[in-house]
Design a protein around this ligand. Structure first.
Ligand code: NA7
Length: 540
């Protein structure tokens, strides 16, 4: 172990998802003594936990993969433009095996507490079995969507049938002959619904509180020849990702929506609609994310598409979002989603047009209208305590003087660069709040590289303790807030603005991510790293 400390490890990493996998790879490269502690029985994180039917990337596989290893890029073939979960899990396992990373990973180890010990200048972690581990540095890599939340509806415990959350899908399951209910219409539900509606279930009732602007995914298989061509284009694809504000392989069209002649505008949108993936979101006229009139026009175009696909006009109307414009929340991508509602055994219960859920009963779901919908299975597609959940609720995390992160962030989340928190020395967050994100693996790679530079700098310069300063934290937090002004998405409740009414204390919007362009974020962090992290309070 480097340094003069008697700690067990130089670095402890919590979580063996993509963040943890790449973190341990980098740490090993630095030659430090590091270990990953993971609650699950295997690596993969999001792709380990989310095993529901239809689970897949909504981003092109070859834009959403790791780029740190040329060998992996050369050896791994994607079989679909949008990789399905089982293949992505195999990909995570492939990398873990290839670099023999599992040697430094410890599974079935749920970290309960992580406490900074000021006298010893170290982190002390305790797992659910009471075992303790100490380290000089702590990397939190728990992911941004790992803490499932159930709806705050009375009676969830009363249901006598089967029920589960989408991210805890059982290994043995069947919907055959069953009356199935699904609560939620986010990106997850929109992947699941068409998949299970294909199966011989008796009926499917979808409970929708807020309609979402889903758009066609247009997934296809990648044949060998196409894979060769894609691989040839990898450098170009990666360049597009790194140039784009949110890390995707599209370039926004910089023309102003309303200045483009109508016929040309419609033709442009038609073309976008026929394209794969998030082209509709991140390849559109850029002003649709900031200009109300532009956003309204593009939303109207997308609304017409929904109306075209749904036979019953009343059902179509329920599916057209009214509370927010296109792209102001995460756009779910879909394969035959809207078409599902043309099936006779599928019913859409909308909170506004029909009735909200009043409670879950022993036999099903009772609406405020008084109707009881009898069900055999309830699927909770109700999302996650996103971004801060793992840090605030998943673990008892305490910094200097035993102060919890919850107390530290009582008046709002405050970070420096989304990587550091004042009062939590020698701790760095991968995908913490206030980092630039969109295409998550792009953000993970950058965050891990940055944290790698930080730890290397400390190790090489005998820095025993590094902490964010009040001044820099205030500056960055303010910068994140002002930077997000003018983005229509920041005026809407969603997990991207930190709102989850199922979680205590998450009723007010706050910026969970830096909404400025990714290239600027990376430049800012790189400048700080280039200056030897002198913005932090460093002590030898
Ligand atoms: P999301 O996107 O947070 O969606 C959760 C859904 O569940 C959404 O439709 C919610 O309605 C609904 N919900 C949540 N709580 C309730 C209650 N109490 N009553 C009724 N309906 C409720 O989670 P996902 O898992 O779909 O996706 C998360 C991310 O994972 C996604 O963005 C991708 O990036 C991958 P609401 O809209 O809040 O009215």
């Amino acid at each position: 172990s480097i340094g003069q400390m008697e700690t067990d490890y130089d670095v402890l990493i919590i979580g063996a998802g993509l963040s943890g996998i790449y973190s341990i790879y980098r740490m090993r490269e630095l030659g430090v003594k590091a270990r990953v502690l993971e609650a699950g029985s295997g690596e993969g994180g999001t792709w380990y936990w989310n095993k529901y039917p239809g689970c897949r990337f909504d981003s092109e596989s070859y834009s959403y993969h790791f780029t740190f290893s040329q060998e992996v890029l050369d050896e791994w073939d994607w079989t679909e433009h949008f990789s399905p979960q089982p293949e992505t899990l195999k990909y995570a396992q492939f990398i873990t095996d290839k670099f023999d990373l599992r040697r430094d990973m410890q599974f079935n180890t749920k970290v309960k507490t992580a406490h900074w010990q000021n006298d010893k200048t170290q982190w002390l972690l305790t797992d659910s079995n009471g075992k303790q581990y100490s380290s000089r540095f702590l990397i939190t890599a728990m992911g941004i969507l790992n803490d499932p939340t159930f709806p705050n509806i009375p009676g969830v415990e009363d249901f006598k049938g089967e029920s589960f959350h989408t991210s805890r899908w059982p290994s043995q399951w069947s919907v055959e002959g069953k009356r199935v209910g699904i609560i939620g219409t986010g990106a997850t539900a929109i992947q699941i619904i068409p998949e299970i509606a294909k199966l011989p279930l008796k009926s499917l009732t979808v409970f929708q509180r807020t309609a979402n602007w889903a758009a066609p995914l247009r997934n296809t298989k990648i044949e060998a020849e196409e894979m060769t061509e894609l691989r040839r284009r990898y450098p170009e694809i990666m360049k597009m990702c790194s140039d784009s504000p949110a890390g995707f392989c599209y370039a926004m069209d910089t023309r102003k929506t309303m200045e483009v002649p109508e016929a040309e505008r419609l033709a442009f949108w038609e073309d976008l609609y026929s394209q794969r993936g998030f082209a509709k979101w991140f390849g559109a006229f850029a002003d649709h994310l900031t200009d109300r009139e532009a956003n309204k026009a593009f939303s109207d175009f997308n609304a017409a598409k929904i109306r075209q696909r749904v036979d019953d006009p009343a059902v179509a109307e329920k599916l057209v979002p009214k509370s927010h414009g296109f792209g102001t929340r995460r756009v779910p991508l879909e394969t035959n989603y809207f078409d599902v509602y043309n099936k006779p055994n599928v019913r859409l219960v909308d909170y506004t047009a029909d009735s909200p859920i009043e409670r879950v009963s022993a036999n099903g779901i009772v609406l405020a209208s008084g109707e009881e919908i009898e069900l055999d299975l309830i699927i909770y597609a109700t999302g996650f305590d996103a971004v801060t959940g793992a840090l605030l609720r998943g673990i008892d995390l305490r910094g200097i003087d035993g102060k919890t992160l919850n107390d530290t962030w009582e008046d709002g989340v405050k970070t420096y660069l989304g990587l550091f928190v004042k009062g939590f020395p020698n701790m760095a967050m991968i995908m913490g709040p206030h980092q630039a994100f969109g295409n998550i693996p792009r953000s993970i790679e950058f965050a891990v590289d940055s944290v790698g530079r930080f730890i290397k700098h400390c190790m090489e310069n005998g820095i025993m303790r590094a902490e964010a300063t009040e001044e820099r934290v205030e500056y960055w937090t303010d910068h994140v807030i002002t930077n997000g002004e003018g983005q229509l998405s920041n005026e809407i409740d969603s997990w991207l603005t930190g709102v989850n009414h199922n979680v205590k204390g998450k009723t007010k919007r706050f910026p969970v991510r830096y909404t400025g362009p990714g290239p600027l974020y990376r430049k800012t962090v790189n400048d700080v790293a280039d200056r030897g992290w002198e913005d932090l309070s460093l002590s030898k």
